[in-house]
Design a protein around this ligand. Sequence first.
Ligand code: CTP
Length: 137
Amino acid sequence: MKRIITFGTYDLLHVGHVRLLKRAAALGNHLIVGVSSDELNISKKGRAPVYSTTERMEIVRSLACVDDVFVEHSLEAKGDYILEHKADALVMGDDWEGRFDMFKDLCEVIYLPRTEGISTTYLISSISDRKAVTGGI
Ligand code: CTP
């Protein structure tokens, strides 16, 4: 049994998220996802997620490749979460390349390539830039 842990906001779930989670799940037998809290996002990204922590957790939990979800309250607690969830490997997108190497004495640390051309930030700005073509309906 190989337990994989990963972390993220997973707001406005998109194909980049799904591909990352599927590839993470394929590296082991049990995928645990730490979904960052609204408060953490406000302090980390300077904005509240569109979907609340509870909604984002429900959406991520509903994916077939995900076995377990929990709230990530603090970025500094990753080591504690790895131990608490008995993770054998930490998987992160390569936007974090090298940033979690300090956990290599707790578990394997794997960075996976991100999907090009999509992000929650991009979705929010592209939705807000859309012009109504039917007179505002
Ligand atoms: N991810 C990915 N490919 C993308 C976007 C995200 O593989 N195009 C991965 C990230 O590397 C991370 C996980 O999905 O491991 C969760 O990322 P998250 O920060 O929630 O999503 P983003 O779309 O990057 O959000 P934002 O634009 O708010 O930074």
